[in-house]
Ligand binder design. Sequence first.
Ligand code: HEC
Length: 113
Amino acid sequence: MRFLFFLIPFFLCAEDSFITQIEYGRMLYENPRGIGCVECHGESGEGKIIANYTHKKKQKQLYGPKINDIEFDSFSKALQKSQKIMPKYYLTKQEIEAIYKYLESKKDIIKDK
Ligand code: HEC
C-alpha cells in the first residue's frame, strides 16, 4: 500500500500538464489534420496573401481572408462546407470551438498592446 503515496505527487503534477482549450486551439490552428490554417490565414487569423500570379495577363492574388472577426456561427459553417480553395478538414465541434477561442485570445493580446 505504501507505494501509493509515491504516486500521489505524480497525479498532482499531471494536473498541470493538461493543456487548456486555448492551447489546444493553437495546436490545431498551426497544425490540424492537413495543412495548417496559419499558412493561409496568417499568425492570428488576420488574413494572408497565399500567392501572386498572372492570369490572362492580369495580376491576380490568392489570399486567405481575415477570420478573426467573424461570428462563431459563420466560422463554424465555413469549416463544415466545401470551399473553393480551402481544404475540408472534418473537425469536430470541440476542435472548431478551440480554434475560434484561440483566435479570440490572440486578438485580446493584440488589443492589450
Ligand atoms: C490552402 C489555404 C487555406 C487553409 C490551409 C485554410 N484556409 Fe480557411 N480559407 C481559405 C480561403 C481561400 C478561403 C475563402 C474561401 C475559399 O475560396 O476557399 C477560406 C475561408 C475560411 C473561412 C470563412 C471566412 C469567411 O469570411 O466566411 C474560415 C472561417 C476559415 N477559412 C477558417 C480556416 C481554419 C480554421 C483553417 C484551419 C483548420 C483554415 N481556414 C485553413 C484558405 C485556407
